[in-house]
Design a protein around this ligand. Structure first.
Ligand code: CP
Ligand code: NVA
Length: 314
């Protein structure tokens, strides 16, 4: 089956098949190899890309910027105080203006509805660089990293520990259920994901032979894990919840005891970053040989490049 992702948005991996996700990973692997060999095909020569950021970013912003320049495109950073989006101008109007000038739009912000509206009205591919609900480009980087380290993307017990209803946990549940991994969320009951999303992902998992488990039992949950993943306890925009989250999530810290409880010395530790060390993860685990966090960070760039190339290649 030949895959063609030309003109496609990436708003959420819900919209992608397993084959399309694997295609993006293969393309990223190829582009990564080529970059390391000094080969730059300039697949996006003379394209202009708008990068809208309502929230701060290191990895996502730099990945889009470097990927654009590697491929011959021009990236234009539009920070929250630089444009009128949603303040002096409706999202629909800004989308139509940007669509007349740019060949693709990245959006990082709060609302998933805004990224959906940008896609609906701009007429050019739109890529979700993180919203309150989802973070699909991070999941592609995570899958590429798993494939590199574990040499497979099947028969994997993927355990996410921490805030079980944030954008990362949601995005990983969507991605894992699409490609057929066994996804476990370990979280206090107060932070379980929404029923609606779990039901939707359970349907994806039925198709892919994956599974979804949600528990607050750390010891049983981490047993046999191939991947232990965590994320910050307070996502961007939730800083006022810090005290409450520390209280709720301290027992869910990823430390050497948790890593040992997998029973597998080869379990890898993953984190989308930025990390708050000694909160969701100890420095010991973060700096250990099981930690692959900087490979993940690098792979953001190669996978984001693949997403853009696949949808707007010249
Ligand atoms: N992982 C991630 O999205 O990092 P940034 O917030 O730095 O972009
Ligand atoms: N859950 C985190 C992810 C950062 C990449 C946040 O939204 O802040």
């Amino acid at each position: 089956m030949s895959i063609n992702l030309k003109n496609r948005n990436l708003l959420t991996l819900k919209d992608f098949t397993k084959e399309e996700i694997l295609y993006l990973l293969d393309l990223a692997e190829d582009l990564k190899k080529k970059k390391k060999a000094g080969i730059f095909e300039k697949n996006m020569l003379n394209k202009n890309i708008a990068l809208i950021f309502e929230k701060p970013s290191t990895r996502t912003r730099c990945s889009f910027t470097v990927a654009c320049i590697d491929e011959g495109a021009h990236p234009e950073y539009l920070g929250k105080n630089d444009i009128q989006l949603g303040h002096k101008e409706s999202v629909e109007d800004t989308a139509r203006v940007l669509g007349r000038m740019f060949d693709g739009i990245e959006f990082r912000g709060f609302s998933q509805q805004v990224v959906e509206k940008l896609a609906e009205y701009s007429g050019v591919p739109v890529w979700n660089g993180l919203t309150d609900d989802d973070h699909p480009t991070q999941v592609l980087a995570d899958f590429l990293t798993i494939r590199e380290h574990l040499k497979r993307l099947e028969n994997i017990k993927f355990v996410y520990i921490g805030d079980g209803r944030n954008n990362m946990s949601n995005a990983l549940m969507i991605g894992c259920s699409k490609v057929g991994l066994d996804y476990t969320i370990i979280s206090p009951k107060q932070l379980y994901p929404s029923k609606e999303l779990v039901e939707q992902c359970s349907d994806f998992a039925k198709l892919s032979s994956g599974s979804i488990t949600i528990t607050d039992d750390i010891e049983n949950g981490v047993k046999d894990a191939d991947v232990i993943y965590t994320d910050v306890w307070c996502s961007m925009g939730e800083e006022d919840k810090s005290a409450e989250r520390i209280k709720l999530l301290s027992p869910y810290q990823v430390n050497s005891k948790v890593m040992a409880a997998t029973g597998k010395p080869q379990t890898i530790f993953m984190h989308c970053l930025p990390a708050v060390k000694e909160k969701e993860v100890t420095s010991e685990v973060f700096e250990s040989s099981q930690s692959v966090v900087f490979d993940e960070a690098e792979n953001r760039m190669h996978t984001i490049k693949a997403v853009m190339v696949a949808s707007i290649r010249g």
